[in-house]
Design a protein around this ligand. Structure first.
Ligand SMILES: CSC[C@H]1O[C@H](OP(=O)(O)O)[C@H](O)[C@@H]1O
Length: 388
């Protein structure tokens, strides 16, 4: 199978606004931004410091339109996370750090009444913004992880005597590093995840059919993906025949994002309704399930998109191996078990576009799969068997 991962867009990147101004001036608007490389300290014109822009694929427009949101306003990044313009645990982790970066640039320009208190006031205001950013979505621990990474870098910079502007620069460097780091982690997750699939394919003497739920692909991360990262790594080893993608109601990440991503990557995909997985497994047409995760408790219980628990129960019943693929940053040992994981409830309109008088809607965005139903959890460090 020839993969074409070059056809997949970068989910999130950082650009200098000056690029756009300069490029617009000379007509070279196509120049790439700083997706992970230091851009130095750019200045738009006489003494006016540039501020970076965060570019995010607007996943609400997919699959019909591939469009970006570009902003220097951290509040717009928070809104993009809340509205699922950018979504997926690792992707919102990077977005969280990027939002703190933009807040730092804004606060650095705001200054303070007295130079002596500037750094202290900057630090207080930055923590206030960071709290708002971290509260954008409650379940994926990666969001607070990304925000905390940024706050730690900011605290270190200020403690070293850096100015607010220099601290903002350090956060831009961090954001670019997190983008590069996330892709490397995902490729390691993919490599570790392909390993347990190889003996299954050998025993069947053919490549495998893999069921996925939601989208834990490149679009859910900075690039490459976690569950689909396992698919891509396995496909490059000739271990994948086809991916069956659950449409994943109510938001349709499978129908809108996963099959779009797989088609661009060159992986054969079949879209199914969520209620079709059981009959496919009963017919022996699913060889393995691979899903992502938003938060993994200390005992291995894993929170993921609503519906994942049902797929895990079916897989257990039909003897289909069930794998969770996620970066180590998704593990939260502060949650002893899945019962401790906060589950986001989203707007009723995602389920019922036109309200019906007297009818209530329950719309939890995630559920928790107990470790006992998980064959193995795959991270960049290797394969973990929590239920055994
Ligand atoms: C590798 S992404 C992990 C996880 O995030 C998705 O949720 P959402 O689309 O609401 O951000 C989904 O649960 C993925 O499996």
């Amino acid at each position: 199978m020839n993969l074409h991962l070059e056809n997949l867009p970068r989910t999130i990147s950082v650009h200098w606004a000056v690029d756009n101004l300069a490029d617009a001036a000379n007509g070279d608007a196509a120049r790439a931004g700083c997706g992970g490389v230091s851009c130095g300290d750019a200045v738009v014109d006489a003494g006016v410091p540039a501020v970076p822009q965060v570019a995010m694929i607007d996943q609400r427009a997919l699959p019909s339109e591939l469009v970006e949101i570009r902003t220097s306003d951290w509040r717009q990044v928070v809104d993009a996370v809340k509205t699922l313009a950018v979504r997926g645990a690792p992707a919102i982790g990077v977005a969280g750090a990027a939002a703190v970066m933009l807040a730092a640039y804004e606060l650095a320009e705001r200054g303070a009444p007295a130079a002596s208190t500037a750094a202290a006031l900057f630090a207080v205001r930055l923590r206030e913004a960071a709290r708002v950013i971290a509260e954008a979505r409650p379940t994926a621990v990666n969001l607070s992880w990304g925000v905390n990474r940024a706050i730690q870098v900011a605290a270190g910079a200020l403690k070293a005597g850096k100015t607010p502007r220099q601290t903002a620069e350090a956060l831009r460097e961090l954001t670019g590093d997190l983008i590069v780091e996330d892709e490397a982690i995902n490729r390691a997750v993919g490599a570790h995840g392909a390993a347990p699939l190889a003996p299954i394919a050998a025993a069947k003497e053919r490549p495998l059919t893999i069921l996925t739920h939601c989208n834990a692909g490149s679009l859910a991360t900075a690039f490459y993906g976690t569950a689909l990262g396992v698919v891509y790594a396995a496909a490059e080893q000739g271990l994948v025949e086809r991916v069956y993608a659950d449409e994943t109601r109510p938001v349709g990440q499978g129908a809108r994002l996963t099959v779009w991503e797989l088609s661009r990557a060159g992986v054969p995909a079949t879209l199914i309704c969520d209620n079709m997985a059981a009959s496919l497994m009963a017919a022996g047409r699913i060889d393995a399930v691979v899903v992502g995760a938003d938060r993994i408790a200390a005992n291995g219980d894993a929170a993921n998109k609503i519906g994942t628990l049902g797929v895990a129960v079916l897989a257990h019943h039909f003897g289909v191996p069930f794998y969770v693929a996620a970066p180590e940053s998704t593990r939260d040992n502060a949650c002893a078990t899945g019962a401790d994981i906060p589950i986001e409830e989203r707007d009723a309109a995602e389920v019922l576009a036109h309200p019906i008088e007297g009818v209530e809607v329950f719309n939890p965005a995630f559920d928790v799969t107990p470790a006992a139903l998980i064959t193995a959890i795959i991270t960049e460090k290797g394969v973990w068997h929590p239920g055994s």
